[in-house]
Write a protein that binds this ligand. Structure first.
Ligand code: ADP
Ligand code: TRP
Length: 325
Protein backbone atom coordinates (compact mmCIF):
# COMPACT_ATOMS: atom_id res chain seq x y z
CA UNK A 1 0.00 0.00 0.00
CA UNK A 2 1.37 3.39 -0.97
CA UNK A 3 0.62 6.36 1.30
CA UNK A 4 1.26 9.89 0.09
CA UNK A 5 0.80 13.32 1.59
CA UNK A 6 2.15 16.85 1.21
CA UNK A 7 2.59 19.71 3.62
CA UNK A 8 2.81 23.33 2.53
CA UNK A 9 5.74 25.44 3.68
CA UNK A 10 3.71 28.48 4.59
CA UNK A 11 4.92 29.38 8.09
CA UNK A 12 6.13 28.00 11.41
CA UNK A 13 4.47 24.70 12.28
CA UNK A 14 2.37 24.66 15.43
CA UNK A 15 0.77 22.27 17.93
CA UNK A 16 -2.34 21.99 15.72
CA UNK A 17 -0.22 20.85 12.78
CA UNK A 18 1.61 18.39 15.01
CA UNK A 19 -1.43 16.65 16.49
CA UNK A 20 -3.61 17.09 13.42
CA UNK A 21 -1.22 16.15 10.64
CA UNK A 22 2.39 15.35 11.55
CA UNK A 23 1.85 12.82 14.34
CA UNK A 24 -0.77 10.83 12.37
CA UNK A 25 1.52 10.87 9.31
CA UNK A 26 4.43 9.58 11.39
CA UNK A 27 2.26 6.83 12.84
CA UNK A 28 1.16 5.78 9.34
CA UNK A 29 4.77 4.99 8.36
CA UNK A 30 4.24 1.49 9.70
CA UNK A 31 1.30 0.75 7.44
CA UNK A 32 2.84 0.97 4.01
CA UNK A 33 5.28 2.62 1.71
CA UNK A 34 5.19 6.31 2.64
CA UNK A 35 5.78 9.20 0.23
CA UNK A 36 5.85 12.56 2.05
CA UNK A 37 6.81 15.82 0.43
CA UNK A 38 7.09 19.54 1.09
CA UNK A 39 4.69 21.29 -1.28
CA UNK A 40 6.81 24.29 -2.23
CA UNK A 41 5.23 24.71 -5.68
CA UNK A 42 1.84 24.98 -3.99
CA UNK A 43 3.11 27.64 -1.60
CA UNK A 44 3.74 29.90 -4.61
CA UNK A 45 0.00 30.49 -4.96
CA UNK A 46 0.01 32.56 -1.78
CA UNK A 47 3.61 33.35 -0.78
CA UNK A 48 5.78 35.46 -3.07
CA UNK A 49 8.90 35.98 -0.96
CA UNK A 50 11.68 33.72 -2.26
CA UNK A 51 13.90 33.89 0.83
CA UNK A 52 10.94 33.15 3.07
CA UNK A 53 9.92 30.17 0.93
CA UNK A 54 13.44 28.76 1.18
CA UNK A 55 13.38 29.29 4.95
CA UNK A 56 9.93 27.75 5.49
CA UNK A 57 10.78 24.77 3.30
CA UNK A 58 13.85 24.05 5.36
CA UNK A 59 11.84 24.62 8.55
CA UNK A 60 9.26 22.02 7.53
CA UNK A 61 12.03 19.53 6.80
CA UNK A 62 13.70 20.18 10.18
CA UNK A 63 10.44 20.29 12.15
CA UNK A 64 9.07 17.11 10.62
CA UNK A 65 12.25 15.10 11.13
CA UNK A 66 12.74 16.53 14.65
CA UNK A 67 9.21 15.37 15.52
CA UNK A 68 10.04 11.82 14.52
CA UNK A 69 9.72 11.46 10.77
CA UNK A 70 12.41 8.91 10.00
CA UNK A 71 13.66 9.48 6.44
CA UNK A 72 14.94 5.91 6.35
CA UNK A 73 11.39 4.65 6.62
CA UNK A 74 9.82 6.85 3.97
CA UNK A 75 10.59 8.86 0.86
CA UNK A 76 10.80 12.50 1.93
CA UNK A 77 11.45 15.21 -0.64
CA UNK A 78 10.88 18.75 -1.79
CA UNK A 79 8.14 18.85 -4.43
CA UNK A 80 10.10 21.12 -6.78
CA UNK A 81 13.02 18.67 -6.86
CA UNK A 82 10.82 16.39 -8.97
CA UNK A 83 9.69 19.00 -11.51
CA UNK A 84 7.99 16.52 -13.83
CA UNK A 85 4.99 16.76 -11.56
CA UNK A 86 4.26 19.98 -13.46
CA UNK A 87 4.23 18.08 -16.74
CA UNK A 88 1.68 15.67 -15.38
CA UNK A 89 -0.31 18.65 -14.11
CA UNK A 90 -0.52 19.85 -17.73
CA UNK A 91 -1.69 16.50 -19.01
CA UNK A 92 -4.33 16.40 -16.31
CA UNK A 93 -5.43 19.98 -16.85
CA UNK A 94 -6.51 19.09 -20.38
CA UNK A 95 -9.12 16.68 -19.00
CA UNK A 96 -10.20 18.89 -16.08
CA UNK A 97 -13.47 20.77 -16.65
CA UNK A 98 -13.36 24.48 -15.78
CA UNK A 99 -16.59 24.02 -13.84
CA UNK A 100 -14.95 21.52 -11.53
CA UNK A 101 -12.24 24.02 -10.57
CA UNK A 102 -14.73 26.86 -10.27
CA UNK A 103 -16.57 24.87 -7.60
CA UNK A 104 -13.45 24.38 -5.42
CA UNK A 105 -14.06 25.78 -1.92
CA UNK A 106 -10.45 26.78 -1.44
CA UNK A 107 -10.50 28.85 -4.62
CA UNK A 108 -13.92 30.37 -3.92
CA UNK A 109 -12.97 31.28 -0.33
CA UNK A 110 -9.72 32.94 -1.30
CA UNK A 111 -11.38 34.75 -4.18
CA UNK A 112 -14.06 36.10 -1.86
CA UNK A 113 -11.51 37.19 0.74
CA UNK A 114 -9.48 39.01 -1.87
CA UNK A 115 -12.47 40.40 -3.76
CA UNK A 116 -12.64 43.50 -1.60
CA UNK A 117 -9.09 44.52 -2.43
CA UNK A 118 -6.40 42.64 -4.20
CA UNK A 119 -8.07 40.85 -7.11
CA UNK A 120 -4.67 40.53 -8.80
CA UNK A 121 -3.80 37.94 -6.18
CA UNK A 122 -6.45 35.59 -7.54
CA UNK A 123 -3.88 34.03 -9.86
CA UNK A 124 -4.16 31.12 -12.23
CA UNK A 125 -2.03 29.00 -9.87
CA UNK A 126 -4.65 29.35 -7.17
CA UNK A 127 -7.32 28.27 -9.64
CA UNK A 128 -5.24 25.34 -10.94
CA UNK A 129 -4.07 24.31 -7.45
CA UNK A 130 -6.25 21.15 -7.34
CA UNK A 131 -4.79 19.96 -10.67
CA UNK A 132 -1.24 20.18 -9.35
CA UNK A 133 -2.39 18.38 -6.23
CA UNK A 134 -3.95 15.65 -8.38
CA UNK A 135 -0.63 15.36 -10.22
CA UNK A 136 1.21 15.02 -6.88
CA UNK A 137 -1.00 12.11 -5.96
CA UNK A 138 -1.36 10.33 -9.32
CA UNK A 139 2.35 10.60 -10.21
CA UNK A 140 3.18 8.04 -7.51
CA UNK A 141 0.33 5.53 -7.92
CA UNK A 142 -0.81 6.51 -4.42
CA UNK A 143 -3.44 4.34 -2.76
CA UNK A 144 -4.06 6.27 0.46
CA UNK A 145 -3.86 10.03 0.95
CA UNK A 146 -4.11 11.17 4.58
CA UNK A 147 -5.37 14.76 4.79
CA UNK A 148 -7.37 17.10 6.99
CA UNK A 149 -11.08 17.63 6.36
CA UNK A 150 -10.36 20.86 4.47
CA UNK A 151 -8.70 18.83 1.72
CA UNK A 152 -11.57 16.39 1.16
CA UNK A 153 -12.88 18.17 -1.91
CA UNK A 154 -9.40 18.24 -3.48
CA UNK A 155 -9.24 14.47 -3.14
CA UNK A 156 -12.65 14.07 -4.76
CA UNK A 157 -11.42 16.22 -7.64
CA UNK A 158 -8.29 14.08 -7.96
CA UNK A 159 -10.46 10.98 -8.26
CA UNK A 160 -12.67 12.64 -10.88
CA UNK A 161 -9.66 13.80 -12.91
CA UNK A 162 -8.02 10.37 -12.77
CA UNK A 163 -11.23 8.63 -13.81
CA UNK A 164 -11.69 11.03 -16.72
CA UNK A 165 -8.12 10.46 -17.94
CA UNK A 166 -8.51 6.70 -17.62
CA UNK A 167 -11.80 6.82 -19.50
CA UNK A 168 -10.19 8.73 -22.37
CA UNK A 169 -6.79 7.08 -22.55
CA UNK A 170 -7.02 3.68 -20.85
CA UNK A 171 -6.25 2.49 -17.33
CA UNK A 172 -3.30 4.75 -16.57
CA UNK A 173 -3.88 5.96 -13.01
CA UNK A 174 -4.56 4.32 -9.68
CA UNK A 175 -7.68 5.88 -8.12
CA UNK A 176 -6.62 7.04 -4.64
CA UNK A 177 -8.62 6.85 -1.41
CA UNK A 178 -8.64 9.78 1.00
CA UNK A 179 -8.05 9.06 4.65
CA UNK A 180 -9.72 11.94 6.43
CA UNK A 181 -8.51 12.45 9.97
CA UNK A 182 -11.90 13.06 11.53
CA UNK A 183 -10.99 11.32 14.74
CA UNK A 184 -8.18 13.79 15.42
CA UNK A 185 -9.43 16.52 17.72
CA UNK A 186 -9.20 20.12 16.61
CA UNK A 187 -6.47 21.73 18.68
CA UNK A 188 -7.66 25.07 20.10
CA UNK A 189 -5.51 28.18 19.76
CA UNK A 190 -4.76 30.62 22.59
CA UNK A 191 -8.01 32.48 21.84
CA UNK A 192 -10.18 29.34 21.78
CA UNK A 193 -10.74 29.28 18.00
CA UNK A 194 -9.13 26.47 15.94
CA UNK A 195 -5.37 26.91 16.17
CA UNK A 196 -4.30 28.31 12.80
CA UNK A 197 -1.60 30.49 11.31
CA UNK A 198 -4.31 32.58 9.72
CA UNK A 199 -5.80 33.46 13.13
CA UNK A 200 -2.48 34.38 14.75
CA UNK A 201 -3.37 32.19 17.77
CA UNK A 202 -0.74 29.47 17.44
CA UNK A 203 1.77 27.88 19.79
CA UNK A 204 4.75 27.07 17.60
CA UNK A 205 6.57 23.79 18.00
CA UNK A 206 9.98 25.41 17.98
CA UNK A 207 9.50 29.04 18.94
CA UNK A 208 11.55 31.13 21.30
CA UNK A 209 10.99 30.36 25.00
CA UNK A 210 10.15 33.84 26.24
CA UNK A 211 7.70 34.61 23.45
CA UNK A 212 5.98 31.25 23.86
CA UNK A 213 5.67 31.67 27.62
CA UNK A 214 4.01 35.01 26.99
CA UNK A 215 1.57 33.44 24.53
CA UNK A 216 0.66 30.68 26.98
CA UNK A 217 0.14 33.17 29.80
CA UNK A 218 -2.11 35.13 27.43
CA UNK A 219 -4.52 32.23 26.87
CA UNK A 220 -8.07 33.49 27.04
CA UNK A 221 -9.86 32.76 30.34
CA UNK A 222 -13.01 34.05 32.01
CA UNK A 223 -13.06 36.47 34.94
CA UNK A 224 -14.10 34.10 37.72
CA UNK A 225 -12.04 34.47 40.90
CA UNK A 226 -9.58 31.71 41.91
CA UNK A 227 -11.74 30.71 44.89
CA UNK A 228 -14.76 29.91 42.73
CA UNK A 229 -15.33 26.28 41.71
CA UNK A 230 -15.27 25.84 37.93
CA UNK A 231 -17.38 22.80 37.06
CA UNK A 232 -16.82 23.41 33.34
CA UNK A 233 -13.02 23.17 33.66
CA UNK A 234 -12.85 20.53 30.93
CA UNK A 235 -13.79 23.28 28.43
CA UNK A 236 -10.93 25.45 29.58
CA UNK A 237 -8.41 26.05 26.77
CA UNK A 238 -5.38 25.58 29.02
CA UNK A 239 -6.78 22.27 30.29
CA UNK A 240 -7.48 21.06 26.75
CA UNK A 241 -3.93 21.86 25.72
CA UNK A 242 -2.53 20.35 28.91
CA UNK A 243 -4.28 17.08 28.02
CA UNK A 244 -2.23 16.98 24.82
CA UNK A 245 1.20 17.67 26.29
CA UNK A 246 1.09 16.37 29.88
CA UNK A 247 0.61 12.83 31.24
CA UNK A 248 -3.15 12.09 31.55
CA UNK A 249 -3.17 11.87 35.36
CA UNK A 250 -1.37 15.20 35.68
CA UNK A 251 -3.81 16.96 33.34
CA UNK A 252 -6.76 15.41 35.15
CA UNK A 253 -5.41 16.57 38.49
CA UNK A 254 -5.24 20.18 37.30
CA UNK A 255 -8.73 19.88 35.86
CA UNK A 256 -10.11 18.56 39.15
CA UNK A 257 -8.42 21.30 41.16
CA UNK A 258 -10.02 23.93 38.93
CA UNK A 259 -13.38 22.23 39.36
CA UNK A 260 -13.00 22.19 43.12
CA UNK A 261 -12.17 25.90 43.36
CA UNK A 262 -9.26 27.61 45.07
CA UNK A 263 -6.98 27.55 42.04
CA UNK A 264 -6.29 30.47 39.72
CA UNK A 265 -5.95 30.20 35.95
CA UNK A 266 -2.44 31.66 36.15
CA UNK A 267 -1.15 28.57 37.93
CA UNK A 268 -2.69 26.28 35.33
CA UNK A 269 -1.09 28.26 32.53
CA UNK A 270 2.30 28.16 34.24
CA UNK A 271 2.00 24.38 34.51
CA UNK A 272 0.89 24.20 30.89
CA UNK A 273 3.93 26.11 29.74
CA UNK A 274 6.31 23.84 31.66
CA UNK A 275 4.71 20.68 30.25
CA UNK A 276 4.56 22.08 26.73
CA UNK A 277 8.22 23.07 26.93
CA UNK A 278 9.23 19.64 28.32
CA UNK A 279 7.03 17.77 25.85
CA UNK A 280 8.99 19.29 22.99
CA UNK A 281 12.42 19.07 24.63
CA UNK A 282 13.56 15.85 22.88
CA UNK A 283 12.35 17.16 19.51
CA UNK A 284 14.04 20.49 20.18
CA UNK A 285 17.34 18.73 20.81
CA UNK A 286 16.98 16.67 17.65
CA UNK A 287 16.13 19.79 15.69
CA UNK A 288 19.21 21.62 16.96
CA UNK A 289 21.33 18.66 15.94
CA UNK A 290 19.78 18.55 12.46
CA UNK A 291 20.16 22.32 12.10
CA UNK A 292 23.86 22.06 12.88
CA UNK A 293 24.34 19.88 9.83
CA UNK A 294 22.23 21.32 7.06
CA UNK A 295 24.26 19.53 4.40
CA UNK A 296 22.98 16.29 5.86
CA UNK A 297 19.38 17.53 5.75
CA UNK A 298 19.89 18.64 2.17
CA UNK A 299 21.28 15.23 1.25
CA UNK A 300 18.23 13.51 2.79
CA UNK A 301 15.91 15.64 0.65
CA UNK A 302 18.03 15.07 -2.47
CA UNK A 303 18.09 11.34 -1.90
CA UNK A 304 14.31 11.39 -1.36
CA UNK A 305 13.87 13.31 -4.62
CA UNK A 306 15.93 10.76 -6.51
CA UNK A 307 13.89 7.88 -5.20
CA UNK A 308 10.63 9.74 -5.83
CA UNK A 309 11.75 10.57 -9.34
CA UNK A 310 12.43 6.95 -10.18
CA UNK A 311 8.80 6.15 -9.41
CA UNK A 312 7.55 9.30 -11.14
CA UNK A 313 9.44 8.48 -14.34
CA UNK A 314 7.60 5.19 -14.69
CA UNK A 315 4.15 6.64 -14.15
CA UNK A 316 4.74 9.69 -16.33
CA UNK A 317 6.00 7.66 -19.28
CA UNK A 318 2.94 5.42 -18.95
CA UNK A 319 0.71 8.52 -19.06
CA UNK A 320 2.60 10.13 -21.99
CA UNK A 321 2.42 6.97 -24.02
CA UNK A 322 -1.26 6.48 -23.32
CA UNK A 323 -2.17 9.92 -24.61
CA UNK A 324 -0.02 9.76 -27.73
CA UNK A 325 2.93 11.95 -26.75
P1 ADP B 1 -3.06 26.55 9.28
O1 ADP B 1 -4.52 26.49 9.60
O2 ADP B 1 -2.23 26.94 10.45
O3 ADP B 1 -2.75 27.35 8.02
P2 ADP B 1 -2.65 24.27 7.60
O4 ADP B 1 -3.99 24.45 6.95
O5 ADP B 1 -1.41 24.57 6.81
O6 ADP B 1 -2.62 25.07 8.98
O7 ADP B 1 -2.55 22.83 8.25
C1 ADP B 1 -1.99 21.70 7.67
C2 ADP B 1 -2.72 20.53 8.31
O8 ADP B 1 -2.54 20.57 9.75
C3 ADP B 1 -4.24 20.61 8.11
O9 ADP B 1 -4.67 19.95 6.96
C4 ADP B 1 -4.77 19.91 9.34
O10 ADP B 1 -4.85 18.52 9.12
C5 ADP B 1 -3.74 20.16 10.41
N1 ADP B 1 -4.16 21.20 11.36
C6 ADP B 1 -3.96 22.54 11.27
N2 ADP B 1 -4.45 23.19 12.33
C7 ADP B 1 -5.01 22.24 13.14
C8 ADP B 1 -5.68 22.27 14.40
N3 ADP B 1 -5.88 23.40 15.06
N4 ADP B 1 -6.11 21.10 14.92
C9 ADP B 1 -5.91 19.93 14.26
N5 ADP B 1 -5.28 19.84 13.08
C10 ADP B 1 -4.83 20.97 12.50
N1 TRP C 1 -3.09 21.06 -0.31
C1 TRP C 1 -2.51 20.42 0.85
C2 TRP C 1 -2.69 21.31 2.08
O1 TRP C 1 -2.77 22.52 1.94
C3 TRP C 1 -1.04 20.13 0.63
C4 TRP C 1 -0.83 19.20 -0.51
C5 TRP C 1 -0.32 19.49 -1.74
C6 TRP C 1 -1.17 17.82 -0.53
N2 TRP C 1 -0.28 18.38 -2.52
C7 TRP C 1 -0.79 17.33 -1.82
C8 TRP C 1 -1.74 16.96 0.42
C9 TRP C 1 -1.00 16.00 -2.17
C10 TRP C 1 -1.94 15.62 0.05
C11 TRP C 1 -1.58 15.15 -1.24
O2 TRP C 1 -2.72 20.81 3.18
Amino acid sequence: MRILTGIQPSGALHLGNYFGAMKPAIELLQQGEAFYFIADYHSMTSLTDAALRRQYTLDVALDFMACGLDPKRCIFWRQSDVPRVTELAWLLSTVTPMGLLERAHSYKDKKEKLASGDLDKVNHGLFAYPVLMAADILLFDSNIVPVGRDQKQHLEMTRDIAAKFNQLYGEVFVIPEPRIRDEVAVVPGVDGQKMSKSYGNTLELFGEEKALRKKVMGIKTDSRLPAEPKPDADHNIAIQLLKLVAPPDVALDWENRLKAGGLGYGDVKKALFEHYWDFLAPARARRAELASNLDHVESILRDGAQRAQAVADGVLSRARKACGL
